[in-house]
Design a protein. Sequence first.
Length: 116
Amino acid sequence: MPHYLLTIQLSDNFDPSTQSAETVRNISTLNDELEAAGARLVAAGLSAPSQAKSLRVQPNGEVLITDGPYLEAKEYVGGFSIIETADMDEALEWGGKAVVACRAPVEVRAFLAMPD
């Protein structure tokens, strides 16, 4: 079955301490539903972009490591799930539940099928 990445998009000024108890419960319930359905492979929150490190190869072949995200943006990926579903329609159903539970935009993307 195909795998899909669900990413939770957060604004650059998002403060996790402002999450309501209801939202935290809703996210936990969604994760329980995904697991019970056998669809959840991985789910996790991510640290703030300010904690990120970006790596770039230099012309001389060395790797340069810098603080912060690779791209500057108004939103960032704050969490993700990797799910396994029959098709995109089913993945979108889970994405719809995630957007309600997380109260944040969600992007659903299929993993590329790699040839054997």
